[in-house]
Structures are given as structure tokens and as C-alpha cells.
Ligand binder design. Structure first.
Ligand SMILES: [Zn+2]
Length: 294
């Protein structure tokens, strides 16, 4: 198992095998490519673009796909996934990354906002014309988008997903088997403020590893200010390292945060004894590697 970082700053940190850089954010900010890294691009969540042109927002019978619409429980504001002008803008951005020396591209939030979206006249018309039912048309629309988007990328191609292994197709249009044919790996974000309770991380990781037909990479939040939280995070990483994961990614503020985690693990003799006692071989190997650097 590799260990890597998800960062908001394009900084390589020693001791981490994989670097994922957030190059386009859900608030609409877009940055130049991070060279030598996997560039992670937010697709249909773009608060800035919706502010500039509210007509592009995705809609449902209970209102628009906006955080302030409390009839839906949305973490971001969603653009309609069939809007041709917005899609062209995303492809232009991907083309700008393509010209740089990057490892590859990960797409996130490239799907429908939730089960009841999108009922705009364009989506309704396209669905009628397809002859497909609601679920199938939405899934095929997302898969076709990914196929087209991939032609605007190079190198390693990956996708994040809403971490629902059961209803992802019905809710978001995510057909994991169809998407598996397009991607090099799946990136599953399991964000939390802390991992004091971690059975759900272990459960969702097992589910995705069992069902997805491509390698799985799991992201955990690591912007932890306290030793107790760091300890719980590292033990959670140890538990999931027993599954057949390609990598664990730690979401950090910056490179200092990433070094702090490695140092904390190396200097924490209780943790290292616990790893040895319960035979967490992969995690012990990772901490031994960190010990040569930190
Ligand atoms: Zn629509």
C-alpha cells in the first residue's frame, strides 16, 4: 500500500509516494497545473460560475441544487451536467492541464447533485429523446461525460465519488462498472473531523474494495490539531491497510502538516509497539520508511 497526500499547495513531501493537488475547487477557483502531480479537478460544483450566471444551476422539483436550498442536503452548489457552455469551459481547463508535465488527472463532482436532479428543460428533453428511464439516462449521461472528459486528459485518469456503495447509480448517476472501464483507479474520500469512531471507514473501504473492478485509493482527513486525533487517524490508516488498497491519501493543509504526521508516527513508541503487537505489517513498513527520513 502506498501512502500519499491530497493538498491545496503543490508541494512534494518526502516519505509520501503519491501527490494529489486540488487544482480546481468547488468555489470556482482554478489554478495552474501542479507539475509532477495528479491534478484533482472539481467539475460540476462551481459556486462562482453559478453566481455569474444563475441559469446554469441544476434544478429539481424541490428547487435548485444550491446549499441554501434546505430541501436537499447538498455540500456544494451544482451546475447542470448537460449545460454545453459550462462543459466546454471544463474541457478548456482540462486542455490547459494537458499542456503541462503532470502525472494525470482526477475528476471529482462530475455527477448529478442527487436523485431528484436534474429536471431542467434540456435534461428532460434529452432523456425523452433517449427513450431511457430516469436512472439509466442519468447514468449514461455521466459515463458519456467521463468518456469525453478523458479525451482532454493524459496520464493516470481517476475519479472521486460520493462514498455510497449501494445507491450511487440511483442518486448520482454513478455506474461503477461502466466507469471502471475508463479509469486507472477509484479515489474514495472518507472525510471526517476525527476518526475516534472508525468502524464506518473500515466498512465502506471493504465494500468498495469488494465491488469496484479497478484499484481503490482512500482519502482520509488529516488536518488534525491534537495528538489524540492524530493517534486515532493513524490507527484508522493501520486498520484499512489490511484491505487490498492501492493507497491511502491524507488530506493536509500543507507540507508542514504532512511532515508533522510522519514525525508523530515515528516518535510515538506506543503506536509503533501496537502496530508490531497486532501485526500491522503494511503500516509498520510505512512508519519504518518515515523513520529513515524524520
Ligand atoms: Zn439539467
Amino acid at each position: 500500500m502506498k501512502v500519499g497526500l491530497v493538498t491545496y499547495k503543490p508541494e512534494h513531501v518526502e516519505g509520501y509516494d503519491l501527490h494529489v493537488y486540488y487544482s480546481k475547487w468547488a468555489d470556482g477557483q482554478a489554478f495552474p497545473a501542479a507539475k509532477g502531480m495528479q491534478n484533482d479537478v472539481t467539475v460540476f460544483c462551481d459556486a462562482k460560475a453559478i453566481r455569474e450566471d444563475p441559469s446554469i444551476v441544476s434544478i429539481s422539483n424541490s428547487g435548485p441544487a444550491l446549499r441554501r436550498n434546505r430541501k436537499s442536503n447538498l455540500a456544494f452548489d451544482f451546475v447542470c451536467p448537460t449545460h454545453p457552455g459550462y462543459r466546454a469551459k471544463v474541457f478548456d481547463y482540462l486542455d490547459s492541464l494537458l499542456q503541462q508535465d503532470i502525472i494525470g488527472v482526477t475528476l471529482n463532482l462530475y455527477h448529478f447533485a442527487d436523485q431528484e436532479y436534474c429536471t431542467c428543460p434540456r435534461c428532460s428533453g434529452q432523456r425523452r429523446k433517449s427513450g431511457l428511464d430516469w436512472t439509466e439516462w442519468r447514468a449514461q449521461t455521466v459515463t458519456a461525460f467521463l468518456k469525453e472528459a478523458k479525451t482532454h486528459t493524459k496520464g493516470t485518469f481517476a475519479v472521486e465519488m460520493y462514498p455510497d456503495p449501494v445507491l450511487a447509480k440511483e442518486r448520482f448517476g454513478l455506474d461503477f462498472n461502466a466507469i471502471a472501464d475508463l479509469v486507472d483507479y477509484f479515489h474514495v474520500p472518507l472525510s471526517s473531523r476525527d476518526y475516534f469512531t472508525n468502524y464506518w471507514v473500515d466498512t465502506i473501504v471493504r465494500d468498495f474494495v469488494a465491488m469496484l473492478k479497478k484499484p481503490v485509493v482512500v482519502e482520509l482527513s488529516a488536518e488534525m490539531p491534537t495528538d489524540e486525533k492524530l493517534n486515532a487517524l493513524l490507527k484508522t490508516v493501520a486498520y484499512i491497510s489490511r484491505h487490498n488498497l492501492d493507497a491511502v491519501l491524507l488530506l493536509v493543509h500543507d507540507s508542514e502538516n504532512a511532515r508533522q504526521i510522519a514525525k508523530f508516527a515515528v516518535q510515538n513508541s506506543d503506536f509503533r509497539e501496537w502496530l508490531a503487537k497486532y501485526e500491522f505489517e503494511e503500516m509498520s513498513r510505512i512508519v519504518d520508511c518515515w523513520a529513515k527520513i524524520y
